[in-house]
Write a protein that binds this ligand. Structure first.
Ligand code: HEC
Length: 108
């Protein structure tokens, strides 16, 4: 009986490791970027502000795609007004935010 229990725990461990793995293998996406941009909890922020609070629906960021250091600028806004922790430039969160910001480029 004890062995069965151990086996079950083992299986549960493996399953949870796998779902964790699937999560880590997640890809950046425009949709994720949009959600993060509107989230007050981005990067552990505790200011009650979101990116959208100052840049509603991305207003004012239409030319940001030209920025040579977009990730750095995003981190400046995260560490500054949002009072969050800077994101790793290669993280899914940062890459998704950049995708969203690039999508604001005006279509003409
Ligand atoms: C308290 C207000 C405030 C918040 C919150 C804020 N920003 Fe900003 N942001 C600014 C200001 C002010 C500037 C500099 C002036 C400008 O370019 O509009 C700026 C500039 C930027 C730029 C550079 C624009 C360009 O043309 O190069 C980007 C990109 C940007 N913010 C992204 C973000 C993101 C992403 C977030 C959320 C993590 C965010 N901002 C949160 C106020 C804010």
């Amino acid at each position: 009986m004890k062995n069965v229990l151990c086996y079950l725990l083992f299986v549960m461990l493996i399953v949870s490791m796998h779902t964790g793995g699937a999560f880590a293998a997640e890809k950046p996406s425009l949709e994720k970027g949009r959600l993060l941009f509107n989230s007050q909890l981005l990067a552990g922020a505790n200011s009650g502000k979101s990116c959208a609070g100052c840049h509603p629906a991305g207003a004012g960021l239409e030319n940001a795609w030209k920025n040579q250091n977009l990730a750095g600028q995003v981190n400046t806004c995260i560490a500054g007004p949002l009072k969050g922790l800077k994101l790793n430039e290669n993280s899914i969160e940062m890459q998704s935010l950049i995708m969203y910001i690039r999508s604001l480029k005006q279509q003409h």
